[in-house]
Design a protein around this ligand. Structure first.
Ligand code: NAD
Ligand code: UGA
Length: 459
């Protein structure tokens, strides 16, 4: 099928950047991104591209270049579905917070709503592309909804999971290691392969059956997260043996079978996907009665929880076993650098733990608003919004944030943290002044020569 119009349902961290790049590389295809969230669509349409709802290096430039030409953001979902030959489902698939599978399974209600919406509106044949990360066999459910509630038109379903990482989304999209397309209909697969083919070499476009494609996405995330939990497990052993986790990571990473990437020890992985996808994998394994498989992958999550808890426990015990009434400065709130996304960020859990010990928390993050910090803490439901508002303050610069603080906790690896006047920060803190470097980004010798009591992960 020749594709002239694409509709993408879901204008989030995946839908927005992915469609912007597809539009840039396919000027003859009209791409419309739709969402039920009016505020988000309005922000995507803001004339001032620094106000886009998502921060990603390079994204604003591409949106500026394509928006209003062949890239459109809209809340008119039905119109966009009706007009398009190809529809991407790029909505969120969070962990269920209710009912069967609560806390483990992926909540597919948004995906199902999309399928029903497409079935209702479609009057011509459509290719429906699963872009969201979905449990293996979801295509079966989508197919059943489309065929049983549709208007008799033909639907082809493809799985085309996204592998971009936030913070590097545009680079990852422009130069992907691979693009994965799973499907039954060769014609549909080739229609999508042609779109990617305008910038991705054919040998990097992998075609598989739909189930392999769905399962590969969960597997890729599980393997990546497993590397972080593996190095984080070793980081704790390093702290007890005077081994240095950076040196260990370098030594093992030079084995080409292991490779150097994704071996940075940290306060633990965050983000909207690793935890959710592994929990989902565990849930799927259990639902097939595969308990050994489920236990194996669950350990990746348990170790990650342990790493976050260990960081805050260490901070509290180092501060003479009490942080009550003490100001703790947190530098970084996003789950990694170069993004404004805070979903499942380790900072939220570390802050919550310190708040349980009655600490006062000061936060500075270059891209995260005070409103977001409060919303993240309120979502945990540990204390009232009023209490969070009193105990946690956000600042616009690191010097104010750390003034009179007893300790600094580095939560995100923002590059700018390395460029600060650390002497000035030290001078304005309570003594002894502690730094807990959850990202191993500062130089221990330099910090100690200023006078800081410095500790980091795995050293
Ligand atoms: P997101 O929450 O940023 O965006 C999802 C958007 O979908 C929201 O704006 C929401 O309003 C909209 N939406 C929900 N239901 C809708 C409906 N019925 N009609 C119209 N719009 C609707 O989520 P995201 O981070 O973009 O993730 C989307 C999917 O992609 C998830 O399955 C995720 O696992 C997967 N994924 C995410 C990343 C990532 O780095 N964030 C990477 C790869 C894959
Ligand atoms: C991850 C995957 O890397 C993407 O390939 C995938 O598409 C995406 O999940 C998804 O499915 O959503 P993302 O979560 O955006 O991407 O970011 P990552 O770079 O993977 O970082 C995840 C977390 O792990 C961050 O908190 C990061 O700081 C942490 N991390 C990463 C480490 O602690 N150490 C490392 O060596 C690497």
């Amino acid at each position: 099928m020749k594709i002239t119009k694409i509709c993408c349902i879901g204008a989030g961290y995946v839908g927005g950047p992915t469609m912007a790049v597809i539009a840039k590389k396919n000027p003859n295809i009209e791409v419309t991104i739709v969402d039920i969230n009016e505020e988000r669509i309005a922000a995507w349409n803001d004339k001032d591209v620094s106000k886009l709802p998502i921060y990603e290096p390079g994204l604003a430039e591409i949106v500026e270049e394509t928006r209003g030409k062949n890239l459109f953001f809209s809340t008119a979902i039905d119109e966009a579905i009706a007009a398009a030959e190809m529809i991407f489902i790029s909505v969120n698939t969070p962990t269920k917070t209710y009912g069967k599978g609560k806390g483990m399974a992926a909540d597919l209600k948004y995906v199902e709503l999309c399928a029903r919406n497409i079935a209702e509106v479609a009057k011509t044949d459509k290719i429906v592309v699963e872009k969201s990360t979905l449990p293996v066999r979801t295509a079966q459910a989508i197919k059943s909804i489309l065929h049983n509630t549709g208007n008799g038109v033909n639907f082809s379903i493809l799985s085309n999971p996204e592998f971009l990482a936030e913070g590097t989304a545009i680079q990852d999209l422009l130069n992907p290691d691979r693009v994965l397309i799973g499907g039954e209909s060769e014609d549909a697969i080739e229609s999508l392969a042609n779109i990617y083919g305008s910038w991705v070499p054919q040998d990097r476009i992998l075609r598989t059956n739909v189930w392999s494609s769905e399962l590969s996405k969960l597997t890729a995330n599980a393997f990546l997260a497993q590397r972080i939990s593996s190095i984080n497990a070793i980081s704790e052993l390093c702290e007890h043996t005077e081994a240095n986790v950076n040196e260990v990571a370098k030594a093992i990473g030079m084995d080409s079978r292991i490779g150097p990437k994704f071996l940075n020890a940290s306060i633990g992985f965050g983000g909207s996907c690793f935890q959710k996808d592994i929990l989902n994998l565990v849930y799927i394994a259990r639902s097939y009665g595969l308990n050994a498989v489920a236990d194996y992958w669950e350990q990746v999550i348990l170790l990650n929880d342990h790493q976050k808890r260990r960081f805050s426990d260490n901070l509290i015990s180092t501060l003479y076993n009490t942080v009550s009434g003490k100001k703790i400065a947190m530098l970084g709130w996003a789950f990694k650098k170069d993004t404004n996304d805070t979903r499942e960020s380790a900072a939220i859990y570390v802050a919550d733990h310190l708040l349980n010990e009655q600490a006062n928390i000061a936060v500075y993050d270059p891209k995260v608003t005070s409103k977001k910090v409060q919303a993240d803490l309120n979502y945990l439901n540990t204390r009232t919004a009023e209490e969070n508002n009193t105990l946690v303050k956000s600042y616009n610069d690191p010097y104010e944030t750390s003034k009179d603080a007893h300790a600094i906790a580095i939560m995100t690896e923002w590059d700018e943290f390395k460029t600060y006047d650390w002497q000035k920060i030290y001078d304005n803190m309570k003594k002894p002044a502690f730094i807990f470097d959850g990202r191993n980004i500062l130089d221990k010798t330099e910090m100690e020569s200023i006078g800081f009591e410095y500790s980091s992960i795995g050293k």
